[in-house]
Design a protein around this ligand. Sequence first.
Ligand code: NAD
Length: 476
Amino acid sequence: MATPVSEMPSIVSDLRASFATGLTRPLSFRKSQLQHIEALVDENLEQLSSALTADMGSRATKIRVCLDDVKKQVRYMMSTLDKKARAQWEATPPDAQDVGRWKIVPEPYGVVLIIAPWNFPFNLVMVPLIAAIAAGNVVVIKPSEVAANTTALIADLIPKYLDARAVRVVLGAVPETTALLEQRFDKICYTGGTKVGRVVAAAAARHLTPTLLELGGKQDAQAHARARTVRKCPVYVHKSADMPIAAERTLRGRFANCGQFCIAADYVLADREVMPLLVQEMKAALPRVCGADPKTSDLYGRIVSEAHVDRIAAFLQEEHGGTIIAGGKVDRDSRYVEPTIVLAPTADSKMLSEEIFGPILPLVPIDGGIDEAISCVNAGDTPLAAYVFAEDKNVAERWVERVSAGGMAVNAVATQLDNVNVPFGGKGESGMGAYRGAYNFDDRFCFMISFTHHKTVLIAHTGKRRALADLLARIW
Ligand code: NAD
């Protein structure tokens, strides 16, 4: 049920009044709310699992990882809050000794708006909420109308566990969000597509509200027409790569959540001479990643809605010019799209020029090695993530240094967030600002203060140090 648009002004003004009383300032209040979030997860595991399964076809392991991620963020904030919320004295240079002493005082923004997408419908609400509460803000949450079961559960549970003077849930789609965005907020955190990100940024600009935008960075048709090149999360497989690892980790990084996640591997550029071996290894790895029969396997999920099944099927129905080497089947009634690998589609095919956000992996052979891969990626707007597989350190270093991206992994896909000490965020079309863990508090690394983007880079173990492979299998 949608929140009446007439209620938006009072929801925001009530929260603003609470904030003005200083309700959320004491660390004891913030910590108690954080503990209530952990209890919300612990005491509603079954309901959360059913809702996530109904919306996303999520399997038990994935649900556990998602819920653990929320609890990990709570525990991190609980254990570091005393220190992070404390004012820090800064060193005084000799020429300012006579002037005084400086300290940096962390201050909550005030009323924060969190708008979330459907693809991780619980986590992408809760993780920013944890950050906003820990920092002492009051919060309006607008979960996604597309993930209807999870959103209904969030709306039911939040008032039972959190103080309604500090956190409110607004339900609805475009009309309700538009009405909400007319209100003045002190910070907006938006996760979703780049096109709507522009709408949010424009609304925020009217009130000079700072925004944290976590975007896809890969679906803006207008921007695409300008640059005429792919701008999605790339994987480059160099000829020196450990091919079994490159194949399996790329598949996990594409087919987890049926490809419905923002840092998924969107396409693979591979040196032509190793493409046959990569294809062979991918075919061998596919049953391990998605099950021998993905349709009945516990290892594979479902597409969020029939409309999205149709959108994804269109990539396969058009004349894409490639060869389907695995998968290709679509069953609309059960919202199932087979994990599909397409070899050498044409550059102007939809699957190489639009955001797929589904389980299709295009493979593109290239002849110019690392330099061609870098120029191909940098020719477009900045992706949220860019991945390289190479045992040749010079190649990996060149990729890290030269490719512009929100974050990266060397010899891994999509596991760069497995560390509470690193930031997550995009650059350019893939977003602005960063958050999670240690960076929830550190505005110094956000665009407003710093002029350097801090690109998180994971250098994953290969060879003898296969611990990460096990970790990956556990996670995805
Ligand atoms: P979306 O942009 O369609 O919707 C996200 C939210 O915005 C929803 O809550 C929706 O109600 C609201 N919304 C939609 N249209 C609106 C409008 N015109 N005005 C105001 N609000 C509006 O995104 P989605 O389809 O829910 O999610 C998929 C997208 O999210 C993908 O593009 C993906 O790449 C991106 N994504 C990014 C990240 C990240 O961290 N960078 C994470 C997950 C998903």
